[in-house]
Design a binder for this molecule. Sequence first.
Ligand SMILES: [Zn+2]
Length: 446
Amino acid sequence: MTDVTSPCPPEVSPAVLSDSAAVLFGLEDQFSVLDVERVDSTIVKVVVEVTAREGPCPGCGVLTSAVKERPAARLKDLPALGQRVELWWRKRRLLCREKLCPRRSFTQACEAVRPRGRITERLRDGLATAIAGSNRAVSDVAAEYGVSWPTAHRALIGSAARWLPEPTPTTVLGIDETRFRTVRWILDGITWKRSDPWLTSFVDCSADGPGSLLGLAPGRTGGCVKEWLAAQTPQFRDAIATVVIDPSAPYASGIRAALPDAVIAVDKWHLVALAHTMVTEVRQRVTRAQLGRRGTTADPVWVNRRMLLTGAEHLSAKQWQRLWAGFDEHNDPTQEIQAAWAVKERLRMLLRQTEPSKIRWALADFYETVIDAHLPEATRLAGTIERWWPAVLVALTTGITNARTEGFNRIIKQTKRVGCGFRNMINYQRRILAHIAVTRPRWSAA
Ligand SMILES: [Zn+2]
């Protein structure tokens, strides 16, 4: 029986112990551990060498095992068992014995570390996954793994290039905008230039597709849509039958120029949002005219402002009573708020229709309500519907919406918050796409 106090059981040879140490550090595929030493309470020094004693000469390809030198290189690696690992790799500088080979000597290479690399490939992957996977700040991850910010960032860039696949073709392309930061004026030589703080996102909005974020482009002009589409493959452009957007004229002109055969649909939720803005504008104008100030908790119209924007079918009997009480001669003396509310409800009814004959009736009904309302705000809304009618009709008959794009806008804004704002647009786009690629494997598999 083995003496329990002996430092090493006699039947275990040093070679076997070395192998188990390699397993402990997860290095056994290519390395053997020569020595493990404690540096301080949180850092261990591990000396390793490549298990294979010979290597092919890069000049002639002939295998050699003649060692010229054993230089040691210090590498950063993943932490092991909660301890930071300082990896010392005793390299082999091998001699080529082929007489005709111009190469005299070379350093043995291995897959775990790139030539002249200072960190292991698995640490590089770990850094990139930590940053992109949970949407953490680069500085935070760099501090945890004991590397510099540029090292962690370079790891992310390298992995992002591998993770981000070419956009897969879709029949329905959704285009939407998010604000990337507040407007700034930048001094460019002697003139001031306005920075464009918008980001356009391109999303697969088809009913059967994976529903992924396909790409991002800085700006929100027709030009940025055109440029992004021009950078895609002809197959990608040809597959697009419908493009769904908010009622934005620059986007529409960009799409018409880049995809002359595609049909434009306008997102109906954006139209409902426009109707809500219209009701709010009327309410605020009436309150100002009546009271000479903005609404407060003392004004029933202001208290019920959210109810005005709730769909009529979602109101309870009690809420209906309160809503109608708000339309009396005291709160709404000119009946303009009620008229605006009726226009909004007619628009919602119109946007619920899917059959062409019913759509025609609902549209006539909507226009009639607008004419009866005599409100400049409602007339402006009707003008928007009229201008965008072909695109609205496409949305109603096909049921296509931009809801998926809105979902990605949330992730985009979250990424902005983590980075406390990004100065570099390319980094910002990469972070968003990498985060989505890592957290949505369905997409990276596509
Ligand atoms: Zn050689």
